[in-house]
Ligand binder design. Structure first.
Ligand SMILES: [Zn+2]
Ligand SMILES: [Zn+2]
Length: 316
């Protein structure tokens, strides 16, 4: 049985960690969502997101540097540029659909996301589902088995650099708004959810596995419990200690993390360190995000918003 440290070393060297390191810069996820909803010009992003102009400018530049967006000159006199999704950016589509699905079920309805999606290939409104490409059954955490792959070596530790995350609110205060951005815009929160999916439950296990500082860990655990992504309970082996389990909303983040991990493959320099095996059919798979009606893989140019008057494409 792998130890917490084995899982931690593997997690830190995994394709998932490569992806998490690139996409958790605050606002990045919101900008990518807006790009899939058709935003291209600076002003459109600014109006859709209400993001400070200087921050938007920095983030767009960052996403261009990461290769998710590219600049496109759409007018020469005067010169005007817009931002378009690159192939690497478009590869995040399944992941964006997974976040849409989570928000529809577990989040406070997010104004950036359309209420319904229409799959043009089959002509039906649909819900994106993560399916096994081998046996076509839906994939969820309880029917997946994580496996350590050979060659895991820890990556150099990164210093904490996320600044904009919503702090836990005092007991008795207003409820914390729960959209998926509250979880996925924070690198440590995502790594903690991933570690929980690998079976880690205790404070000391998280410290050991993630090389996270005690203070940062305590803040993130408190916040994930307030969001009801994790639940704190007495450790069955020692009632003086706490253990943490994924709440249903935490377990439901599995398709988000699996699609993010699949996307991370394009960014990573080496092979992955963790694989997920579908217990029902025995195949190891990253899954594919498919239409709930016809079960075909959903591609950006095939999905539109049915309710929009102009039927705006959900694409880049
Ligand atoms: Zn399967
Ligand atoms: Zn369909």
């Amino acid at each position: 049985m792998p130890t917490a440290e084995d899982w931690g070393v593997a997690l830190r060297g995994s394709h998932l960690a490569s992806a998490i390191d690139r996409i958790t810069e605050p606002w990045s996820n919101a900008i990518i969502r807006a790009a899939f909803l058709g935003a291209r010009q600076f002003e459109t992003f600014q109006q859709a997101l209400g993001i400070p102009r200087q921050t938007l400018s920095l983030r767009l530049r960052g996403l261009v540097e990461l290769g998710l967006l590219r600049r496109h000159l759409y007018q020469t006199q005067p010169a005007r540029e817009e931002y378009r999704l690159t192939p690497l950016g478009k590869d995040l589509y399944g992941n964006v659909l997974a976040s849409w699905r989570w928000d529809r079920r577990w989040g406070d309805p997010h104004h950036l996301m359309p209420k319904k999606l229409l799959h043009r290939r089959c002509g039906h409104t649909c819900t994106p589902q993560l399916l096994c490409p081998h046996c076509a059954a839906p994939l969820s955490l309880p029917n997946m088995q994580p496996e350590l792959l050979a060659g895991a070596s820890p990556l150099p530790l990164r210093t904490e650099r996320n600044r904009r995350w919503r702090k836990p609110q005092p007991a008795g205060g207003p409820a914390l708004g729960r959209d998926i951005l509250a979880v996925i815009d924070d690198r440590w929160s995502l790594l903690l959810v991933a570690a929980s999916m690998l079976g880690l439950t205790r404070y000391d296990e998280y410290v050991q596995a993630l090389a996270i500082s005690s203070a940062v860990l305590a803040q993130r655990l408190q916040r994930l419990c307030l969001l009801d992504v994790l639940r704190r309970q007495p450790d069955p082996d020692d009632a003086r200690r706490a253990s943490y389990r994924l709440a249903p909303a935490g377990t439901a983040l599995f398709p988000y993390l699996l699609t993010l991990s699949a996307w991370g493959q394009a960014l990573a320099s080496g092979p992955d360190t963790i694989a997920w095996r579908h217990r029902s059919c025995g195949q190891s798979t990253p899954g594919t995000v498919a239409c709930s009606h016809c079960r075909e893989t959903l591609l950006p140019h095939d999905v539109v918003r049915p309710a929009s008057p102009k039927s705006a494409k959900v694409t880049g």
